[in-house]
Design a binder for this molecule. Structure first.
Ligand code: FCB
Length: 451
């Protein structure tokens, strides 16, 4: 199959000095280190007790980043990547979710951030990248409105502890995914299903987005605060009115549900009437509480989705037509490779008044990487990254907001319900030996950033 080349001459310099370049990763997917007082997360429980992960994989050791972070930070440095986005593990810091603080957990993150600084790398923090303390899930987790005070306590502990070392803060990672996959479809931790679980989880996550931002600002002078949203470009499967309407409903759920309330626009109930049931969970005064002041939003875009009307799909009456069924070029996750998706998302989010800056906090691809002669030739990932980055440039050149770009991910890691099968890293990890091999895409990114 021939793939259209986007700007092969693309240079970092075209994006300007202010544009932020980085690489992303998260605690639950890399850290392992179930020791030194760390509590159990919902993902530890989902994997080891419920055995819900493909091939029965667990995040118990993952990339052993807890012990090997100095090596991984030195790889980031060797690749010339100036910014590293990483998450804090709530159950490592507050093993029971609230109350007793685990000093060893805080010390570990202090060591990690010192290591980054020593190597000239700016750490960016995500406060919540899906590893809710299991102790809180036993009390209902995101469904329980008490999460507003649990989360405020957690954020205030973290922002107080790291106020002198961290400037860049992201409150939530992709609330659409942890509520949708975790509380509606049941395919992610904690494995709950249905509207009665999903809707309260959504509303509490929306409130926590805003509470988190306020709490960080209270503690950290000159903090640069954002939050991240998953998003996909949505197109109808055919030109029929029904497919267009179905695509609009899916766009509303996937791309608008979390950003609009924080911009003071409320929930997009008009476009998806079933959402009206969320009103049951809204307390007087919540409208104001949902609004948040973000310096930037993080968007995480990997693909587009093609949507078809589906009468029998409960609530949404729509389904996504998978890439392999459409016979289009796709990654190991069956996500269509569609670089223009990122252009369309930058255009869409730039049009919201109130969005000040947009940083792509994740973009990347999983392919079936193989080691040959101690090297990993991942030319498909190189092509993927350069084509998507070209579309970011196109958006910027067209006057849309585009202020930064982070590759997902630094290393291969624990890809949630898919276990260790999909490899997203710029760096290959042999999970038997924990040996790292920089892939050709890692060297490509270094050349792009440094030439
Ligand atoms: C995003 C998640 C991230 C990773 C990538 C592939 O939805 O934020 O942790 O799993 O997808």
């Amino acid at each position: 199959m021939t793939i259209k080349k986007e700007r092969p001459d693309l240079k970092r310099a075209y994006f300007g000095e202010e544009f932020v370049w980085g690489v992303s990763s998260s605690a639950a997917q890399t850290e392992g280190g179930n020791e030194d007082g760390k509590g159990m997360s919902v993902w530890d429980h989902f994997a080891t007790k419920k055995r819900k992960i493909l091939n029965k994989h667990t995040p118990e050791i993952a990339c052993d980043f807890y012990h090997r972070y100095p090596e991984d930070v030195s790889i980031i440095k060797s690749l010339g990547i100036p910014n590293f986005r990483y998450s804090l593990s709530w159950p490592r810091i507050l093993p029971d979710g609230t109350g007793k603080i685990n000093k060893k957990g805080l010390d570990y993150y202090h060591r990690l951030f010192d290591e980054c600084r020593k190597n000239g790398i700016e750490p960016w923090i995500t406060l919540y990248h899906w590893d809710l303390p299991h102790a809180l899930q036993l009390k209902g987790g995101w469904k329980n409105r008490d999460i507003l005070k649990w989360f405020e306590e957690y954020v205030s502990v973290c922002s107080h502890a790291f106020k002198d070392s961290i400037k860049n803060w992201m409150i939530l990672n992709e609330p659409g995914v942890f509520t949708g996959a975790g509380y509606f479809l049941g395919v992610h931790a904690p494995g709950e299903r249905g509207l009665k679980n999903f809707l309260p989880a959504v509303h509490h996550a929306v409130l926590c987005q805003a509470i988190g931002a306020k709490t960080v600002r209270r503690e950290v002078k000159h903090a640069h605060v954002g939050t991240t949203f998953s998003c996909s470009h949505i197109t109808p499967h055919s030109n029929s009115i029904k497919d267009h309407a179905a695509a609009n409903r899916v766009d509303t759920i996937l791309n608008r549900l979390f950003i609009e309330p924080c911009l003071g626009m409320g929930y997009p109930i008009k476009d998806i009437p079933i959402l009206k049931k969320i009103e049951k969970y809204i307390h007087p005064g919540d409208d104001k509480l949902m609004k948040a002041e973000f310096d930037f939003i993080g968007i995480q875009c990997y693909t587009r989705e093609v949507v078809q009307h589906a009468f029998f799909m409960p609530h949404i009456k729509a389904r996504v037509v998978p890439a392999n069924r459409r016979k289009v070029y796709h990654t190991a996750m069956d996500w269509e490779v569609y670089p223009e998706a990122i252009y369309q998302m930058l255009k869409k989010y730039s049009s919201y008044p109130g969005v000040k800056k947009i940083i792509i906090t994740e973009n990347g691809a999983a392919f079936n990487d193989k080691i040959t002669h101690k090297k990993v030739d991942d030319h498909e990932r190189i092509k993927f990254l350069s084509d998507y980055i070209s579309q970011v440039y196109r958006a910027k050149a067209d006057g849309y907001k585009a202020d930064g770009y982070f590759v997902w991910a630094l290393t291969d890691n624990f890809e949630w319900a898919e276990g260790y099968y999909p490899r997203f890293g710029l760096v290959y990890v042999d999970f038997e030996t924990q040996k790292r091999i920089i892939k050709d895409s890692g060297y490509w990114y270094r050349n792009f950033l440094t030439r």
